[in-house]
Ligand binder design. Structure first.
Ligand code: ADP
Length: 614
């Protein structure tokens, strides 16, 4: 050490306040000190890389651009060395003795105003270097700047009132920080402890980190590379190793954006749905980084909840390194990230589905519930998500699927609505009376067959400006099909309707003749705001006393033989006519899934059979 006496400096008043806070309020989050120091070292070496091109004073920097950490259990020290740009005397004073950052000043002002609530606020602002004093009661910084003729300096402080700077013997370019660990922090001199911290927070730092001579961070930050520089194998290895994916990823999205926020993202959609495989909800698949340094492995609010199945990394250089978990979700930056990334992911699925429909269909089978959850819960993305839905329709073969976009493309001239029917399976839907009229007119009907589809249709309401309309609903107006010569006359039809209304009384709101039926004699139509059979089933399952007076509108088919026959015998055989009238309603209710108690129906059937046999 040289002979010069150390010059003493007093910390700026704000620094003293800041140190107070860092040491006392951030106590529980001590771990972060290493991330902060490594991040400073990495930034500084990044600067060397940039200067290398233009400054002749920096020579052959590439070879030793690394961070080394040495632990001394006995002496209770951690020594962290970088080969970055270093600091001159003035820079030491400026950077480590005054508050240059407007953010930190603003922070201290806010602290004064809010008084006690330190920990909530503190994380929003970088405390950087000063976090060293959370674990150390003395910090030495050895520094030599890259600039020609720079001094060899030693800065030292106990983090209380001030610091000293003196000149020392020849140093290499860069900074060496020696932390003398305080009483409660001796375990940070343990290798496993420090190794764990590096792996957790600094695994992707772009320079080698050596701990007692051993390289710790092996994984490259693939997300910052150019797509063309990364092979499929590298992507897969990253997915499996860094994202802990146990399967092959189905899709990936790798993109960089500058506006409205800087983002580098690498996101994978897994091949298998872990929730379906019985692993329950997997959370936090996408970690948040700022310039390769981990901010949060499971950031709340980074993505909408329904995207919890994707895995990967989002890196934004715009984020403050120290953004805290509590404030993260409310941060405008995180909300912007959420919006940009979720839109990109949906677009990616749309593109992939168009490029390889077969593959998408297999993927969709495993993951459709997430998309549907998104439609029901993510208002901002629901329309985009609707394009990802797949379903069978009256025009697809059994097992074949199409999209709402396909449907709209096939709509007939003048068709204004998108027709659908909810049911358990294709057979059940097609055997009922509802679809036939639409089929006969060449109108396509979507078959929704998943238990949650009811809610999806409700949440969606419309697609591409076209209302989703159930074919079970009264008020769907269909044009005439070809007139049938053998239909009842208008007068006969009207009389029969009157008769049926009288017979059925309050059980129906209305009896009318309709154009929609082709092969069935009657159909029960429910009001548009009425409860669906699926919801009724659920209510009944939950509450055994559940009673809901179903009021339907009965539409008869004047072309059907049974209806014509009924009109004929109405006066001549009133006993049978009455029984048939009641039975027709029950049949319609059964088709609609609305008949609760079949005992009366069975009794009536029996007497009808007796009568039929004379
Ligand atoms: P921040 O990193 O957010 O700027 P810090 O308190 O961590 O805040 O550091 C303050 C400044 O000190 C940095 O901006 C940088 O100029 C300088 N500095 C810190 N660590 C190093 C280092 N290892 N090498 C060179 N300069 C450094």
């Amino acid at each position: 050490m040289s002979e010069t006496t150390a010059e003493k400096h007093v910390f700026q008043a704000e620094i003293q306040q800041l140190l107070e806070l860092v040491v006392h309020s951030l106590y529980t989050d001590k771990d972060i000190f290493l991330r902060e120091l490594i991040s400073n070292a990495s930034d500084s070496m990044e600067k060397v890389r940039h200067l290398e091109g233009t400054e002749k004073d920096i020579k052959d920097a590439g070879d030793d651009l690394q961070i080394t950490l040495e632990l001394d259990k006995e002496a209770k020290t951690i020594t962290l060395t970088d080969r970055g740009v270093g600091m001159t005397h003035d820079e030491l004073v400026e950077n480590l003795g005054t508050i240059a950052h407007s953010g930190t000043k603003a922070f201290l002002e806010q602290m004064k105003e809010s008084g006690s609530n330190a920990s909530g606020l503190i994380g929003q602002f970088g405390v950087g270097f000063y976090s060293a004093f959370m674990v150390a009661d003395k910090v030495e910084v050895f520094s030599r700047s890259w600039k020609a003729g720079a001094e060899n300096l030693r800065w030292e402080s106990d983090g209380k009132t001030g610091y000293e700077i003196e000149t020392v013997d020849e140093l290499p370019r860069g900074v060496k920080i020696v932390l003398h660990l305080n009483e409660g922090s001796a375990d940070f001199a343990e290798e496993f402890r420090v190794k764990g911290l590096i792996e957790r927070y600094s695994n992707f730092v772009g320079f080698p980190i050596l701990l007692d001579g051993k390289r710790i961070n092996e994984v490259e930050a693939l997300w910052l590379k150019n797509k063309s520089e990364v092979s499929d194998e590298e992507y897969k290895a990253f997915y499996q190793f860094a994202c802990k994916g146990f399967d092959e990823p189905a899709y990936r999205l790798h993109f960089a954006a500058d506006a409205p926020i800087t983002i580098n993202a690498l996101i994978f959609a897994p091949g298998e749905n872990p929730e379906k495989m019985g692993f329950g909800k997997v959370d936090g698949g996408v970690a948040l980084y700022c310039k390769k340094v981990l901010i949060d492995p499971e950031p709340k609010g980074l993505l909408p909840e329904w995207l919890r199945f994707v895995k990967g990394v989002v890196d934004s250089a715009d984020l403050p390194l120290n953004i805290s978990r509590e404030t993260m979700q409310d941060s405008a930056l995180v909300q912007k990230l959420n919006s940009v990334i979720s839109k990109r992911i949906i677009k990616m699925f749309e593109k992939e589905a168009a490029a390889d429909p077969e593959k998408y269909r297999a993927f969709y089978k495993k993951f459709e519930r997430f998309f549907k959850e998104g439609i029901a819960t993510d208002y901002a993305n629901k329309d985009a998500l609707a394009k990802l839905l797949r379903f069978e329709t009256s025009m697809t073969e059994a097992g074949e699927v199409c999209s709402l976009t396909d449907y709209v493309g096939r709509m007939k001239d003048g068709q204004e609505k998108i027709y659908f029917l909810i049911g358990q399976n294709r057979d059940q839907i097609e055997s009922g009376p509802y679809v036939e009229a639409f089929k006969a007119r060449g109108l396509e009907v979507i078959y929704f067959m998943d238990a949650v589809d009811e809610y999806i249709v409700d949440s969606l309401g419309e697609f591409d400006g076209k209302k989703l309309s159930s074919v079970r609903h009264a008020g769907v107006d269909l044009e005439d099909v070809v007139a049938d010569a053998e239909a009842l006359s208008e007068e006969e039809t009207e009389k029969l309707c009157e008769f049926l209304k009288m017979e059925l009384g309050d059980a129906v709101t209305k009896v009318s003749s309709g154009k929609r039926l082709v092969d069935s004699p009657v159909i029960a139509l429910v009001p548009e705001d009425g409860m669906s059979p699926q919801v009724r089933q659920m209510m009944k399952a939950m509450d055994e006393n559940f009673k809901d007076e179903v009021k339907v509108e009965l539409e008869i088919n004047p072309r059907h033989a049974l209806v014509r026959k009924l009109s004929e015998i109405r006066d001549s055989n009133p006993d049978v006519a009455k029984l048939v009238a009641a039975q027709l309603l029950d049949n319609a209710l059964i088709s609609a899934g609305l008949l609760d108690d079949a005992r009366e129906t069975i009794r009536r059937m029996n007497s009808l059979m007796e009568k039929a046999m004379g």
